[in-house]
Design a protein around this ligand. Structure first.
Ligand code: PLP
Length: 396
């Protein structure tokens, strides 16, 4: 195999910005509104329409949106909220913002998503909500999670930062849980630079989200305790400035127009990876439930370390040396010093911990070229094969 190192670094994720996106942003810069105005309304309507909900509330980023959802769900100090450790820290940090306690439930070792049986085991009389995370874009067991939530009167806040465009049993992610969060960070499916949104069908949640993202202030005449005149507004709760700008929203609407193409390109790359690695015994490719249609935010391979003479770290380093922007998603959240200091012990979610030792995220983004895909495939195969124990044939 010819092994010429690419001189251009291939990142694990990258935005695709076209001229129409640039034009959309420029026209906002030339308009009267820069911050929250008509473009935010338009973007919210477009996202709500895309996922099929009545409401969507845009935020300055996905983490702020999760914070808003925790507020809308009325999470109080000392409440417990169950989430997955196989996620970005924001999924559980939002619980800490409320003075509440995250509780980690282990993943299903097949799908890498939170296991509903493990959720059930973690329920106490303090449990208030569940934050399932659609890891890599594959929806969680949303029907089972809803069943548990209904039984124990819990709110489901779905962290779908990876899952814009994904489907669960024929239903679009975003329309299923009580509230669903999407992120528009540049590595996600569509971008607004920084940005996030909550989709919901619940009017009460919608109103609380609107209030929370803008200082807790309302101008709704029917809700005011007093009314001094047209200038009058009331701050009725402690909110934040978590608003999205019209500059961001215009980019978001323009990007959303192209989501089908983005998803299609991601899928084609995944198929190429799946096929290329099918016969490599030390590489486990991602598994998807038959009723799930993943949006493929990430392509995570798991190494069979028994078959290798080196560690995951060595394989990772070799891939980085080849200028391939591999990554690891994720370090179990409670491994973080901040969580360790709060008493979370290693060992509480063994499936997540075992998975963490074996995973590598390969580059996957819509504008990735066929040449780049081929380059990644060839390098993964040659590096892994090079370190595979002799005696292992290369067929699964
Ligand atoms: C990206 C991400 C977030 C946070 O989104 P931001 O927009 O970056 O704040 C939350 N959860 C998961 C799983 C994510 O991947």
């Amino acid at each position: 195999m010819t092994k010429q190192v690419e001189n251009k670094f291939i990142p694990y994720g990258h935005q695709q910005i076209d001229q129409d996106d640039i034009d959309a942003v420029i026209s906002v810069l030339q308009s009267d509104y820069l911050t929250t105005g008509p473009e935010v309304n338009r973007f919210e309507a477009a996202v709500a329409n895309y996922v099929g909900t009545k409401y969507a509330v845009a935020f300055s980023n996905g983490t702020a949106a999760l914070h808003g959802a925790c507020y809308a769900a009325d999470i109080q100090e000392d409440d417990e909220v169950i989430t997955s450790p196989m996620t970005f820290v924001a999924s559980s940090n939002c619980v800490l913002y409320m003075g509440a306690n995250p509780v980690f439930a282990d993943i299903d070792p097949k799908t890498y998503n939170i296991d509903p049986i493990e959720i059930s085991k973690k329920i106490t009389d303090k449990t208030k909500a569940i934050i399932p995370v659609d890891f890599t874009g594959q929806p969680c067991e949303l029907d089972k999670i809803k069943e548990i939530a209904t039984k124990y009167n819990l709110v489901v806040i779905e962290d779908a930062a990876h899952a814009l465009g994904a489907e669960y049993k024929g239903r679009k992610v975003g329309s299923i849980s009580d509230m669903t969060m999407f992120s528009f960070h540049p590595v996600k499916h569509i971008t607004t630079g920084e940005g996030g949104i909550i989709t919901t069908n619940n009017k009460k949640y919608y109103e609380k989200l609107m209030e929370f993202r803008s200082h807790g202030i309302t101008r709704d005449r029917t809700k005011l305790e007093e009314d001094h005149g047209p200038w009058y507004y009331e701050m009725q709760s402690l909110g934040y400035n978590y608003r999205m700008t019209d500059i961001q929203a215009a980019l978001g609407t323009s990007q959303l127009n192209k989501i089908d193409g983005f998803l299609k390109n991601r899928k084609a790359i995944v198929e190429a990876y799946d096929e290329a690695f099918a016969s490599i015994s030390a590489v486990k490719t991602p598994f998807q439930k038959e009723y799930n249609d993943s949006s493929w935010h990430l392509y995570v391979i798991s190494l069979n370390l028994d078959k290798l003479i080196v560690s995951r770290k060595k394989i990772f380093e070799e891939l980085r040396k080849a200028n391939i922007g591999v990554n690891v998603h994720y370090i179990p959240v409670y491994y973080q010093p901040f969580y360790q200091e709060r008493g979370f012990q290693k060992g509480i979610c063994p499936n997540s911990e075992q998975l963490y030792e074996t995973i590598i995220t390969l580059p996957l983004f819509p504008s990735m070229t066929k040449h780049e895909v081929k380059y990644v495939v060839e390098n993964v195969i040659s590096i892994v094969t090079n370190y595979t124990k002799s005696g292992w044939d290369d067929f699964k």
